[in-house]
Design a protein around this ligand. Structure first.
Ligand code: PRX
Length: 582
């Protein structure tokens, strides 16, 4: 179904003029070198993300502006100015230096969204470390895979999560130090390798000479799922901050008086690019809410902090729609002036709903862990075509390539979404997997792994993934990772994992499992296998459904044919089955 475009606002009537007024004109004159000039960098060249998002503001009137409004899950509040962040992050950088952290060492975090998470990540960047934030809902296998592959030297965590780390310590020979942040002062006795954050911070100086990183020095890595193998660490460099800064300014349309809220956790790329770097490089005040989703809680956060710009995700929006309009009317949400969404297809109904109920449409945008910043977007002074991801960002060239990724296709034709490589925030490698990284490019094009089409006016429309990766609640889950966890259960012989469409979560994970001889399928066994997977993986990666099959369809070389499992599940044509085992 085609939806009427949502017309751009009448600029003469809105109080806050969009930063990007004229898409075409801005595109023509946009140069990344000019963006660089809006940032500071170091006198002798190079730059450090931490300097751009915190330190440079200290010499300006932004010094005493609130950078962070923190709302704890139990209703606690804290406020940090840019100057507070400056001092705390300097202290943490000193702590790391004192512990022997050197430029390029990997410092990972595994903690809830508390202010100390932000302090540790920025402090580690100051110390020249490569940071790796892990989502606090990860199970032991997910944490182990990431710490092991990155050879992390330091992990910062909290008492609630340290048990998970203890389970895997034996398999992490490179991990030297665990820093325990005990914000809520729960009783905890330090174990081997562990040090107390609070004690070290108390002793640390507020002065620190930031490590003068170069543009191309690694700064941050986020693990992302592919079809095969374990998650891969997409590594980004300090120069990436140009992308975060420019997109936060022109796509999220951040203005000096905004109170901004990004609902994503820094364990995912949205939570760092737009929950740390984008807003703070623009000197914007932002809210961090530690708690999880809840319609009423979320609306209360907007009301309490008078949030003006809100960046969230389609599953959350669909959950808000489900919660209904009554709860909306119990809150004063008048502060909101602009809203964006990312991570999965934003259904047109959600855009229409938000316009009707919240008085503003959500602006969809598209990007990936690998791209580091927004690549395709709807903009504040442009018409929205509900269901479209919008048009390429300034300085970004996007196209649709044919099946072999050789030829650009015409408007209306569906194919592989590709981006011309070379923007600052683009990933520079998959950690330890340079070949795989190279395989993502064809000539000058970065092949995104998504299928899409564009229309005559250059709006891009998402079609689906080109691979088996599952997008559940906006999070990518590689089937291989889930299958690997399932087959570790003593009863499981083989496992095949697919995503099936779901009205709320986008896709849910379904596993097909065949059992080893001597085991019989039963409801108890199904629950036991589910719980087993939940313990190993993050809850979101755990299969919602498990179906027992006598055996799974495989190719002659023994590869489980997920495509066939999916076709059978959804009643679709089975396609080419010539490689099927029997
Ligand atoms: O398939 C696309 C989907 O999410 C993938 C990127 O996921 P990830 O690397 O976890 O990055 C999340 C931060 C953006 C994409 O390849 N995706 C992302 N945004 C959209 C989307 N699918 C449809 N519409 C979007 N706006």
């Amino acid at each position: 179904m085609n939806y009427e475009p949502i017309r751009k606002p009448d600029i003469s009537k809105i109080a806050v003029k969009p930063n990007l007024l004229d898409y075409k004109k801005f595109r023509e004159k946009f140069r990344w070198e000019d963006v660089r000039r809006e940032l500071e960098g170091f006198e002798d060249g190079g730059l450090n993300i931490a300097h751009e998002i915190v330190d440079r503001h200290i010499k300006t009137p932004l010094k005493n502006k609130t950078a962070l409004f923190w709302e704890g899950k139990d209703g606690e509040n804290e406020k940090y100015t840019f100057y507070d962040l400056y001092k705390f992050t300097n202290r943490f950088a000193n702590v790391l230096k004192g512990l022997g952290v050197r430029k390029g060492d990997r410092v990972f975090t595994f903690m809830d969204r508390i202010p100390e998470l932000y302090i540790c990540l920025i402090g580690a960047l100051k110390a020249g470390a490569v940071i790796g934030p892990l989502f606090s809902a990860f199970g032991p296998d997910a944490v182990k895979d990431r710490l092991k592959d990155s050879r992390a030297k330091v992990l910062v965590t909290i008492p609630r999560l340290v048990k998970t780390v203890h389970e895997i310590l034996g398999e992490l020979p490179d991990l030297e130090i665990i820093i325990i942040v005990n914000k809520r002062k729960s009783p905890y006795d330090l174990q081997n390798m562990e040090v107390r954050y609070e004690e070290l911070m108390d002793r640390a100086s507020e002065e620190f000479e930031i490590v003068k990183t170069r543009d191309e020095d690694y700064a941050i890595m986020h693990y992302t799922s592919g079809t095969t193998g374990k998650p891969k660490g997409a590594a980004h460099v300090h120069q990436a901050v140009l992308g975060h800064y420019a997109t936060a300014k022109y796509v999220l349309d951040l203005h000096p008086d905004d109170i901004y809220w990004c609902t994503a956790d820094p364990g995912w790329v949205t939570g760092t690019s737009y929950g740390i770097f984008g807003p703070w490089s623009n000197g914007i005040s932002q809210v961090v809410y530690e708690g999880g989703f809840g319609a009423s809680h979320w609306y209360s956060v907007i009301e309490k902090y008078k949030v003006t710009v809100w960046y969230t995700a389609p599953t959350a929006i669909r959950m808000l729609m489900k919660a209904g309009e009554n709860v909306v009317h119990k809150h004063n949400l008048k502060s909101l002036r602009y809203m964006c969404s990312v991570g999965e297809p934003l259904n047109p109904e959600a855009v229409i709903w938000s316009l009707r109920v919240l008085g503003l449409p959500f602006h969809d945008n598209w990007w990936q862990t690998e791209t580091g910043c927004i690549q395709i977007a709807n903009y504040p002074a442009q018409d929205i075509r509900p269901g479209s991801m919008g048009r390429p960002f300034l300085g970004v060239t996007a196209t649709i390539l044919d099946e072999n990724c050789d030829k650009e296709l015409l408007p209306g034709q569906e194919g592989n979404l590709a981006l011309k490589s070379g923007w600052p925030s683009m990933f520079r490698t998959y950690w330890n997997k340079e070949e795989l990284y190279k395989s993502r490019f064809k000539g000058n094009w970065y092949i995104t792994g998504d299928r899409a089409r564009k229309d005559e006016d250059g709006y891009f429309w998402f079609v689906g993934r080109a691979d088996d990766v599952i997008n559940t609640t906006g999070h990518l889950v590689g089937p291989f990772e889930v299958e690997s966890a399932l087959i570790e259960h003593p009863a499981v012989a083989e496992a095949g994992v697919i995503g099936i469409p779901d009205a709320l979560a986008g896709e849910i994970i379904k596993a097909f499992v065949s059992l080893k001889d001597g085991y019989t399928q039963s409801e108890e066994l199904r629950i036991e296998i589910k719980n087993f997977a939940r313990k190993k993986l993050a809850a979101l990666a755990c299969p919602k459904e498990i179906e027992f099959l006598p055996s799974l369809p495989k190719t002659r070389s023994g590869k489980i044919m997920r495509r066939l499992l999916k076709a059978r599940e959804l009643g679709l044509p089975e396609g080419d089955t010539s490689t099927l085992e029997d």
